[in-house]
Write a protein that binds this ligand. Structure first.
Ligand SMILES: [Zn+2]
Length: 374
């Protein structure tokens, strides 16, 4: 397999391995890199995530046609807010969220490295995506979920035949249980959507698609909902790779959107900290971004400063309003986690972080069909 795993903060690098790995010097989760010297847009073929396979691990794809999602111009909200706004409709992916991009690449790598069974801790979109791609690859899947996770969310995961392990206690217990099981059982690969370098590599394709659709150009801004930060990092790294290749002339400013009930990145950004401090969590409808201690927190803050982004949090009322507005004014039905970015966009414009008339793309991370209207 070409490519290697590298540390975002120091010179450490190692060969491609199945389990998520941390840098032995600084403890940071590693990321996937490969040699792109001489690559040109003319080398791209096919559609969707695997159109960009020169950027991805060199493996046989486990695919359901993920990626290639519509970039749709706003007809009303953008004009109301005074910006040129477009939406990337990630709910159009096979299981209804952007996580399919990461799951497709991660499961492809694990299958190529000989995994028979994969495990993750998620009761939401990532769990559903992993279960679907494991089924597609003919692999077993075990999902460790909080005992209090809603049955509605679990039904999609179960439909794909994944085994569920209900873990009592707060959300981080499910992560610990998944990690412990993978350490004990040799045949179980930890397919962590928050830590695996291959998952983030798959999410970089959001940046490639946007840039290509705009004629190899970046918009002025993106606003991204951030929990574990995989999508945010994927988008930033994707645009930075295109800039390094000379395929685009500048990177966009990429902004972080979080729910006020759980905003560790926003708090650390406002205080000028290098790494987030654990926060206590309030109740939020945006369950997909409720990660109080993101494993890639330090990396998110560094990337945010690299692309001159800013970070804002939004209260529950504004999230619910944004979800409704998008459905009624644009005809787009999204889950509350996606609505966090729309509510944040309004605040970023009010604060002057996004000046009038500039071009903004918001990835709408998942379909409202999964969550219902709040
Ligand atoms: Zn390091």
């Amino acid at each position: 397999m070409h490519g290697k795993l590298t540390c975002p903060f120091c010179d450490y690098e190692t060969e491609v391995v199945p389990q998520p790995a941390e840098c032995p010097h600084c403890g940071t989760p590693l990321r996937y890199e490969c040699d792109l010297a001489g690559a040109a847009p003319g080398d791209l073929h096919g559609r969707g995530v695997w159109r960009y396979r020169m950027f991805l691990p060199d493996v046989e794809p486990v695919s359901l046609g993920e990626g290639g999602t519509p970039l749709v111009p706003s007809l009303r909200l953008g004009e109301e807010m005074g910006v040129q706004l477009s939406f990337k409709l990630e709910g159009a992916n096979p299981t209804g969220s952007f996580k399919d991009r990461g799951a497709s690449v991660l499961v492809s790598v694990l299958a190529a490295l000989g995994a028979r069974k994969v495990a993750d801790d998620s009761s939401g979109n990532a769990g559903a995506a992993l279960a679907a791609y494991a089924a597609r690859a003919g692999l077993g899947a075990v999902l460790f979920v909080p005992a209090h996770a809603s049955e509605k969310k679990l039904s999609q995961i179960q439909a794909y035949g994944a085994e569920l392990v209900r873990v009592p206690g707060p959300r981080p217990r499910a992560t610990e249980a998944a990690q412990a099981a993978c350490r004990q059982k040799e045949d179980l690969a930890y397919a962590s959507h928050n830590e695996s370098p291959y998952f983030v590599a798959g999410l970089e394709t959001v940046a490639y698609e946007i840039a290509e659709e705009l004629g190899w150009r970046a918009p002025d801004h993106l606003v991204v909902p951030v929990g574990g930060g995989g999508l945010f990092l994927g988008i930033v790294y994707g645009f930075l790779k295109l800039l390094a290749l000379g395929w685009i002339a500048k990177t966009p400013r990429v902004h972080v959107a979080q729910a006020a009930a759980c905003a560790p990145i926003v708090r650390a950004f406002e205080r000028g900290l290098a790494a987030p401090e654990p926060v206590s969590v309030g109740k939020t409808m945006a369950e997909g971004v409720c990660i109080p201690a993101p494993p890639r927190g330090r990396e998110i803050l560094a990337a945010l400063r690299d692309v001159q982004g800013t970070a804002v949090s939004v209260p529950e009322g504004e999230i619910a309003l944004a979800q409704k507005e998008l459905a009624q004014k644009e005809g787009i039905y999204i889950e509350p986690t996606s609505a966090v970015a729309i509510a944040a966009l309004r605040r970023l414009i009010e604060q002057g972080a996004i000046p009038p008339g500039e071009e903004v793309v918001v990835p709408l991370t998942g379909s409202g069909l999964k969550s219902g209207l709040l």
